[in-house]
Design a protein around this ligand. Structure first.
Ligand code: FAD
Length: 419
């Protein structure tokens, strides 16, 4: 990155405001070494401060729900109700069992063994530290009629809160197995709001987890499933007792109480600058802030819904997509990704710029479409696919290009390649 002449990275600089002239973004104001500095943008400003800070910066700049902004003394530039709303997380509850004997990864956390383990990993990429500890990820449904898994159970042969230990210096370890039990498509929605007009103040954050009963129902079923798994052989013979949420929580009411007392989240916050085409959406499908020129948001905050798994890779996809949008390389109308009726959700196809791969891509798309006819709208899967085949054939592949062209999201007759 250092070699790039068109990139300057400023560290220890806190953005305090997006500079606006009328409703046009013209730069960024930031605090560095105790001084306010400004940088002007020739073309556009891209905000990537994350799910909590991106809406905060928009609001500090006068873009957000007018009443809220006025209540903390911020001048309103553009009344955009959705900023900071629609906050979503993946709720999480720990189901931990004490192991019978010295089982699992805790033995490798003894200081001397851990030191050797890290060195072994650094030298050969092998050994106990060649794993992140997450040995199994279970995605399943709490109700058979669901179209996609609604819970995720992350299984680890170690206590969630395990630490390095050494005899005589620290407490002895608790040898344990952990299942991190979580709901994937929670209905509950929270918010991010300004605490004050001071950019150094943290925003107010309210997750509102489990305000929707179906979220609680799914979590209770998920905990029951996790317990059932631990009650199967061979796990049953390896565990001594349940530590969390604890054996005293058995009925639905008791488990709901355990959830309220113990639930956490997975650090998968999304949604506060939601992409969409309705009046409350914050950015459009090209990630442009609605009602403001030359300003995009590109981070987890634009995801309209928490994805069916961890959020890092989907956020990287947003970044990749944003890069293509800025460079004017994309397939899709302004409403393609988040708008019109469902076609193919989150389909990402990498066209490596080689004509000979074209037919294989079409064939795999065809299989995809056939497997999911209910997700296609407006026309039959076959008709849609005929169009798609035509469309992909019409693409001007850049032979040998190192950078793939991305076909993201939904494809329909109106999609165009925009230069
Ligand atoms: C503890 C933890 C564990 C996680 N584990 C996983 C995991 O195992 N797998 C997974 O897929 N996801 C994981 N995630 C989630 C994943 O990290 C996020 O979804 C992802 O990083 C979101 O990317 P982002 O660009 O939206 O925001 P961020 O990665 O938060 O990037 C925002 C950046 O903006 C900077 N910033 C904010 N405000 C300002 C300002 N005013 N001025 C200047 N800079 C500013 C921040 O310092 C930060 O560097 C984890 C998250 C956490 C917190």
């Amino acid at each position: 990155m250092k070699a790039r002449k068109n990139l300057t990275v400023l560290v220890r600089a806190q953005a305090t405001r997006i500079m606006l002239e009328g409703t046009r973004a013209v730069g960024v104001e930031y605090l560095r070494n105790g001084k306010i500095e400004r940088v002007r943008a020739d073309r556009e400003v891209i905000l990537s401060a994350g799910t909590y800070k991106s809406p905060q910066l928009l609001m500090l700049s006068g873009i957000g729900p007018a009443d809220q902004l006025r209540s903390v003394g911020v001048d309103v530039v553009h009344d955009l109700e959705g900023v900071g709303e629609n906050l979503q997380e993946h709720p999480n509850l720990l189901n931990i069992y004490r192991a019978k004997g010295k089982l699992g990864l805790s033995r490798y956390l003894r200081l001397d063994r851990a030191t050797i383990g890290v060195m072994r990993w650094a030298v050969s990429g092998e050994g106990p530290f060649a794993t992140a500890g997450t040995m199994a990820n279970i995605f399943t449904r709490t109700r058979p009629e669901l179209r996609r898994p609604d819970i995720q159970i992350i299984a680890m042969p170690v206590h969630q809160h395990a630490q390095l230990w050494f005899p005589g210096m620290t407490k002895p370890p608790v040898y344990a197995f952990t299942a991190r039990v979580g709901v994937l498509h929670a209905l509950s929605r929270g918010w991010v709001r300004l605490r004050s007009a001071d950019p150094l103040d943290h925003p107010r954050i309210r997750l509102n987890m489990f305000t929707e009963q179906p979220d609680m129902d799914a979590m209770i079923k998920a905990v029951r499933l996790s317990r059932e798994l631990f009650d199967q052989l061979p796990m049953r013979e390896l565990v001594a007792e349940e530590l969390l949420p604890g054996p005293r929580f058995q009925t639905d009411a008791e488990l709901a109480q355990a959830v309220r007392e113990q639930a956490e989240h997975r650090h998968h916050a999304v949604g506060t600058c939601r992409m969409g085409t309705d009046d409350n959406a914050v950015v459009d499908a090209q990630l442009r802030v609605r009602g403001i020129d030359n300003l995009r948001v590109a981070d987890a905050s634009v995801l309209p819904e928490d994805p069916s798994g961890n959020t890092n890779v989907p956020t990287l996809m947003v970044g990749e997509k944003a890069a293509d949008l800025v460079r004017g390389q994309f397939l899709g109308t302004g409403r393609g990704l988040a708008g019109r009726g469902a076609n193919i959700d989150y389909l990402v196809i990498y066209l490596k710029g080689r004509r000979r791969k074209h037919s294989a891509i079409c064939a795999s798309l065809q299989r995809y479409c056939r497997a999911r006819p209910s997700e296609l709208s407006n026309s039959s899967a076959a008709a849609r696919f005929a169009w798609l085949r035509h469309r992909t054939a019409a693409l001007n592949f850049r032979a040998g290009s190192a950078r793939p062209l991305h076909l993201h999201g939904r494809l329909s007759k109106n999609d165009k390649r925009v230069k």
